[in-house]
Design a binder for this molecule. Structure first.
Ligand SMILES: [Zn+2]
Length: 450
């Protein structure tokens, strides 16, 4: 990631909580970002959060290096701070109340009632319910269900029952960066989305057997990914709403949360419709509704994952569906790792209903491979970019060189940052030569040439 410098001319908002009133100011922003558009969006957010209005852009996003600030104390301090924290903003303001140059710390009033937020959050995180279509009042024993197959998938990559997972930080902490942390596999990737009885009954064919794959198994892996996503999206929507209702006044953070809520609700509506389609397949046991491709690897796995994506761009950088078009039903594809006889499988699965986008998505992967690109790199890139629910073997991660670690962490952060703009080629390039996977076999129920 690069460091951008942006200079804005600003004035304080009416209704500001600045200690000293000013007639005007310059905001100098040092922002770590992958591209100028994301850097600019972040700078605007930070400046508005500090209760300024933007008048003019004096210097648009410009890539800077540390050497450029070497003789300038303040510039260097801010540059270093941005390298560490991701951003740094310095204001130079003028005011008739101050007659000599003074350095002040800008403090704005806290607009979030943190006590209320954390109380609501705690209650929401404890909540569980059963997502089985036949759920009833009998579903009283809600368990922590594993979204990544535990018996062989997670346990086979763990060391002393621990794996590396992405740390979750809440938006409230003012730091949206994520990193990998070691966690016990009993906690890893669990969600309270099924009762004990239904979880045991429903997923028997994948929890106690390796992936063959049968059509039922393919369905179950996909279904579990969808149920987890539905559970997590519901939780995220509730948390954002709790966050929104904890603001004591309007501000830039509140506007951003509002946008995030809109996006989350839209995703949720789609997901509910898609789960209905899957529920129908489950009740009729018409598992041949599923389309799938399995890439089989005869090595020991170094990671495990389970997730889904509404493909926006394909592996060649072509736009597939506009995720912001709220009038359209979105197509989604699920992706999971699964234990197989003598190795493991990388499973892509999608429902035949509304499948055109996913068909094209998978066809673009075939095209990428035919053009001589590495399938292993492409599939690894896909997981890191699109599936937060993944775990690394400590054995693999600890031995990975620091450049590769940084490349992975950088990509993950670009993808989870709500203010970052995603490049249309994010599945086409990046993260090459990091994994040592080697796929030996491809299993699919797709007709040839589709
Ligand atoms: Zn149940």
């Amino acid at each position: 990631m690069q460091l951008f410098f942006i200079k804005l001319k600003v004035c304080s908002c009416s209704d500001n909580s600045h200690k000293i009133s000013s007639e005007g100011a310059y905001a100098a922003c040092w922002i770590r970002a992958s591209d100028p558009t994301s850097a600019f969006a972040k700078a605007i957010f930070l400046v508005e959060r500090d209760e300024w209005e933007i008048n003019t852009v004096e210097i648009p996003p410009t890539v800077v290096t540390r050497e450029m600030f070497i003789d300038r104390d303040i510039g260097l301090q801010n540059y270093d701070s941005a390298t560490l924290r991701g951003f740094s903003v310095y204001y130079v303001a003028w005011s008739s109340e101050v007659d000599q140059e003074t350095e002040l710390t800008l403090n704005t009033l806290e607009k979030l009632d943190k006590a209320k937020y954390y109380k609501d959050r705690g209650a929401l995180l404890k909540k569980g319910y059963c997502l089985h279509p036949d759920s009833s009042s009998c579903c009283n024993q809600i368990i922590k269900a594993h979204s990544i197959q535990k018996n062989q998938s997670l346990s086979s990559i763990s060391i002393d029952n621990h794996v590396y997972l992405l740390s979750k930080k809440s938006f409230v902490d003012h730091d949206s960066t994520v990193c990998y942390q070691k966690e016990g596999i009993n906690k890893a990737s669990t969600f309270k989305g099924f009762c004990k009885k239904h979880d045991n009954e429903l997923f028997e064919a994948i929890d106690n057997n390796v992936l063959v794959p049968t059509e039922e198994q393919v369905f179950l892996y996909a279904y579990r990914s969808i149920c987890r996503e539905l559970f997590e999206k519901n939780k995220a929507a509730s948390l954002l709403n709790a966050n929104l209702s904890s603001f004591t006044k309007g501000c830039a953070e509140k506007r951003l949360i509002n946008n995030l809520i809109e996006g989350t609700n839209y995703g949720l509506d789609n997901l509910i419709k898609i789960k209905d389609t899957y529920d129908l397949t489950l009740s009729q046991r018409t598992f041949s509704d599923m389309k799938f491709v399995v890439f089989k690897c005869n090595q020991k796995p170094n990671m495990a994952f389970s997730g889904l994506i509404y493909p926006d761009f394909d592996f060649l950088g072509n736009c597939l569906q506009d995720l912001s078009d709220t009038n359209k039903s979105l197509s989604l594809i699920t992706v999971c790792s699964a234990p197989m006889e003598g190795g493991w499988g990388y499973l892509l699965a999608w429902h035949q209903e509304n499948s055109a986008v996913c068909d094209t998505f998978v066809a673009s992967l075939a095209e990428l491979i035919n053009s001589g690109e590495s399938v292993e790199d492409a599939l690894f890139r896909f997981i890191i970019s699109a599936c937060e629910n993944h775990a690394f073997s400590p054995c693999w991660w600890d031995k990975l060189n620091s450049t590769h670690k940084e490349t992975i962490i950088q990509r993950v952060n670009e993808m989870v940052d709500p203010l970052s703009v995603v490049s249309n080629s994010y599945l086409q390039t990046g993260l090459e030569g990091i994994v040592e996977w080697s796929f030996n076999e491809v299993l699919t129920n797709l007709e040839p040439n589709t």
